[in-house]
Write a protein that binds this ligand. Structure first.
Ligand code: C5P
Length: 220
């Protein structure tokens, strides 16, 4: 979007993976690099927004000018977002939040034993859904990484999570998405008549994809 397109707006962005502790030395996580979320933060700042970047552990240098809130677990991320975002804001959930955490985190390092073992997992909160279902929700943007039926799952998520816009990509293609510098996304939203609309962004560097997402959001 243009330079001042988001002047006076506060945009809260989640980025990166979450880490769910198993014991003091181990965790469950995923391969998210945080690149897409950081690219969104950079482009939002260029468009004049005030940006809060709620980030899981990444190797990236945070964009200058963003307010950085570093978290580890899904529950910490939810708490940080709850505190940062209000009804007049825009919330972009780009983080790859772990779907499960340990039912109990061991206080001491778990010792190996002979034979198999099991970990009990319980669901983490859905941060995006929680925020979007507030009585006075901000404008919410989601991401959908799918390996099949991308359009159907994305359209379903758009509706179920009450989003203004969703950016979907096919993560079965290893050359894009997670950890890659490029991405290929399709945007879905509902027009004023409630009709599902889509726009294919094609393969491009994440900075360009981020810019296209924000341009579409600005139009909406
Ligand atoms: O349901 P699914 O995980 O595919 O939804 C993806 C979208 O929801 C992403 O925008 C992601 O950041 C967000 N999400 C979240 N909290 C979760 C799971 C997903 O904010 N626990």
């Amino acid at each position: 979007p243009g330079k001042g397109a988001f002047a006076g707006k506060h945009i809260v962005i989640t980025a990166g993976p979450t880490r769910e502790a198993i014991d003091p030395v181990r965790y469950l996580s995923n391969h998210s690099s945080g690149k897409m979320g950081y690219a969104l933060a950079t482009q939002a700042l260029r468009a004049g927004a005030q940006v809060t970047l709620v980030t899981g552990p990444t190797q990236l240098t945070p964009p200058k000018g963003a307010k950085l809130v570093a978290v580890e677990s899904a529950e910490e991320m939810l708490a940080a977002v709850e505190e940062a975002v209000s009804a007049d804001d825009i919330f972009i959930a780009c983080a790859a939040v772990a779907d499960y955490r340990l039912a109990r985190v061991a206080e001491q390092k778990i010792k190996k034993q002979d034979g198999a073992t099991q970990l009990e997992l319980v669901r983490t909160p859905d941060i995006l859904s929680t925020i979007a279902h507030r009585a006075k929700p901000p404008v919410c943007v989601g991401f959908a990484a799918e390996t099949q039926d991308v359009a159907r799952y994305a359209a379903d998520k758009l509706k179920r999570k009450k989003l203004t816009l969703i950016a979907a990509n096919d993560v079965s293609d290893k050359s894009i998405g997670f950890n890659s510098d490029d991405n290929a996304m399709t945007l879905f939203w509902h027009d004023a008549d409630g009709e599902l609309q889509r726009r294919d962004l094609g393969r491009a560097p994440k900075a360009q994809i981020a810019d296209a997402i924000l341009t579409q959001l600005h139009e909406l």
